[in-house]
Design a protein around this ligand. Structure first.
Ligand code: EPU
Length: 470
């Protein structure tokens, strides 16, 4: 059994109750992937719609008065979780089995509040239902299942903006209840930080609020722009101005939409890093250049090669040494925090010292403990290294990493800590000499569609064993 790693990942360096991303599911230790590494991954695979857009578009369908069609939807567990959540709220969801969802919100009004508190806390999406539910039902209840996950997670920006629209937020023993006795009204808000979720909260609430909303310091990630496109198709009036300002004119009613989801730039970059770390060559069908420009620049600076055609992007290791780099994560158009973890695995193979400053999440380097056990040379620091000071610098978080390479990785027993950290462990296991056992591998099914079939098509050698740890 692996030792130490899980504990280190779970222990924050300061007692602030903030999640390191999506680390919110129990690990199934009996689900183990035994990987024989050291084999370059070669072949092609396809990525479909972005996990972090599809779930929000599904919520948007709740606001419409007619059915909506969403295509290019990946077959991942997060979509199944949000499907159950929507069904609970009276939205019928039909999946044609080929990536198209038909969402019919005709019966939302009849969803029973008593049923709503049955949904699971395995997703952040419930918090985005607040505005749409208050519009449709006059109230919303966001349950706090599995301990105090909702209450303890950072949703302060969400609650502040909802209050500013006129919602009354009542903390209850089992969750949070929202009402709006005088309706929801347009507002002027400025986010303390360009949060993706809080920006989506404002959009999903403002489109049906009375009057005009102005949001300052908004997040402008491509997934948010695609959500704005969906809302515009539904009849919303939204303008995106310079300097992170979004203006929304509330309308009385919204219709359904027909939309093809933008592709998953996190999954595409994850496979690109797998190609680099294993000396491989992977064609990622569906990878899209405009949303990946920042990643592509970094990939090239590190020494990776890529070639873009109309269908996708081919990523490969061109031979020779990889170059170290100084990098910091940031909100869009900066280098995504979700690209950081897979890239760090590739950086263990670069010559010299790389510095990565994580400025979006304060505690997203826990996954490096396992890499160290595999032979990587990585130190994490509390200081803001290699870039401008960030909001975590004065606090006690290890949010800068120094990676010294190239390091020979060797197989180890490791536990998947969270979605992106877990995929990064998988990349490390595939790059390492010898055999690794990766525990809790099912977490990866949450956000990486059919990853085993993709590993097969790339020539990886592994076994999945559901009993090994029982
Ligand atoms: N934050 C607060 N208070 C809030 C909301 C956010 O302090 O009320 C802080 C967070 O703690 C974090 C920062 O603001 O330090 C940014 O968080 P943000 O709200 O932007 O993240 P999110 O909406 O919760 C989404 C993605 C994440 C991705 C981030 C940043 C979804 C479902 N999740 O999270 O994706 O890392 O944006 O791009 O869209 C993943 O896919 O693995 C993943 C973690």
């Amino acid at each position: 059994m692996p030792t130490g790693i899980r504990t280190a990942v779970d222990t924050p360096t300061a007692p602030v109750p903030v999640s390191a991303g999506e680390q919110d599911e129990d690990v199934d230790m009996a689900d183990v992937l035994t990987v024989r590494g050291g084999i370059p991954l070669r072949g092609s695979l396809r990525v479909r719609g972005a996990k972090n857009f599809v779930s929000k578009a599904m919520v948007a369908a709740l606001l419409g008065e007619e059915p909506s069609r969403l295509s290019n939807v990946p077959d991942i567990r997060d979509v199944a979780v949000v499907t159950r959540l929507m069904e609970l709220h009276g939205v019928s969801v039909k999946n044609d089995g080929n990536g198209e969802l038909l969402l019919d919100p005709s019966n939302v009004e009849s969803a029973r509040m008593a049923d709503i508190d049955a949904h699971a806390g395995a997703s952040r999406i419930p918090i985005l239902l607040c505005g749409p539910l208050v519009h449709r039902l006059g109230e919303a209840f966001i349950p706090d299942l599995g301990g105090c996950r909702i209450g303890d997670r950072p949703i302060n920006y969400h609650l502040d903006v909802l209050r500013s629209f006129g919602a009354q937020v009542e903390k209850q023993p089992m969750g949070i209840r929202l009402t709006a006795p005088n309706g929801l009204h347009g507002t002027h808000v400025e986010l303390p930080y360009p949060s993706v979720g809080a920006t989506e909260q404002v959009l999903l609430t403002a489109v049906r609020a009375v009057g005009v909303t102005e949001l300052r310091n908004a997040a402008i990630e491509p997934e948010i722009m695609d959500l704005i496109a969906v809302l515009q198709k539904m009849g919303a009036i939204i303008s995106v101005d310079t300097d992170r300002v979004i203006r929304i004119e509330g309308v009385d009613r919204l219709t359904g939409f027909k939309h093809r989801a933008l592709s998953d730039r996190i999954e595409a970059a994850s496979w690109a890093c797998a190609a680099l770390a294993t000396h491989g060559d992977i064609y990622v069908e569906g990878a899209s250049q405009p949303e990946m420009m920042t990643f592509l620049n970094v990939f090239r600076k590190v020494g990776g090669a890529f070639e873009i055609d109309e269908g996708g992007i081919r990523f490969w290791h061109p031979g020779g040494d990889l170059d170290s780099i100084v990098l910091e994560t940031d909100v869009h158009p900066g280098f995504m925090t979700d690209w950081q973890q897979p890239l760090v695995v590739a950086l263990t193979q670069a010559s010299g010292l790389s510095i990565v400053h994580e400025t979006v999440y304060e505690n997203r380097f826990g996954f490096t403990d396992a890499l160290r056990e595999m032979g990587a040379v990585i130190q994490v620091y509390k200081e803001c290294l290699g870039g401008r000071p960030c909001r975590f610098g004065a606090r006690n978080f290890r949010h800068s990493a120094v990676i010294s390479g190239p390091a020979k990785l060797r197989g180890a027993d490791i536990v998947v800590p969270d979605l992106r950290g877990g995929f990064s462990h998988l990349i490390a296991a595939l790059a390492a000499e010898g055999t690794s056992r990766v525990y809790g591998i099912d977490l990866i099914d949450r956000g990486y569609e059919h990853f085993q079939a993709k590993l097969d098509s790339l020539g990886a050698t592994y076994d999945r064993d559901l009993q090994a740890a029982s």
